[in-house]
Design a protein around this ligand. Sequence first.
Ligand code: HEM
Length: 228
Amino acid sequence: MGWFTKMLTSSIGKKLVMALTGLFLCSFLLVHLYGNSNLLGDPANAKESFDGFSKFMSTFPPIRVLEIGLALGFLLHILQGTILYFQNKQARPIGYAKMPGNETSSLFSRTMIWSGALVLFFLIVHVDTFFVDVRLAQGHEASMYDAVKSAFENPAYAGFYLFSLLLLAFHLNHGFQSAFQSLGLNHKKYTPLIKGLGLAYSILVPLGFAAMPIYFIILKYYPCCGGK
Ligand code: HEM
């Protein structure tokens, strides 16, 4: 076990943990987005399919086990990201931004800790709104569709959600391609492809999540489209 801890705490090991947990979280976002897509469409059908999906996710034992992995993934990513940030700061007190020859470091890469911290704040509010207040407090029979609908119909909550997605897009814009570099997957031919894929992922995934609050706000103010 000693070699394992040693590997994880070495500088390469830390980057590896960051990249693997980051890509794991990226894959989780895709599954989550697929689940959320059940919210769209004819409200009566959407309520049935979203509530069914949500109940399945919260009661099927293998998913419960995966959830523990997800929580650990988040924890490792956040811990390691914070440690790396302070270590880099100590090693380089002037900071990349002000150093000459720093043309390659983008605003996105320099602000990973801040976009990450704000995404973390969003995650805490998100878990509190849907998991603690609904699933834990009301049990498996509670309608998650109704909970999401009432949260997103509140313009303040919807605005906060959309703003957080913008920060997630910032985080993913650099994160996606950076993870491949950390894994050593650097190739003249494939790196531009990975960068393009990262850009597409960082725009399309947050846009996909943004569709839901926008949809519920439109339904609230224009119930003609099936909102009532
Ligand atoms: C759904 C949520 C998240 C996803 C999908 C995600 C994804 C990623 C990815 C793919 C990377 C690149 C890893 C690498 O360079 O090898 C990364 C880096 C980073 N993430 Fe996240 N992340 C998320 C949430 C967070 C949170 C909540 C924090 C909290 C502080 C955070 C902090 C960081 C930091 C500091 C880095 C840069 C580490 C370095 O110096 O290389 N992330 N993230």
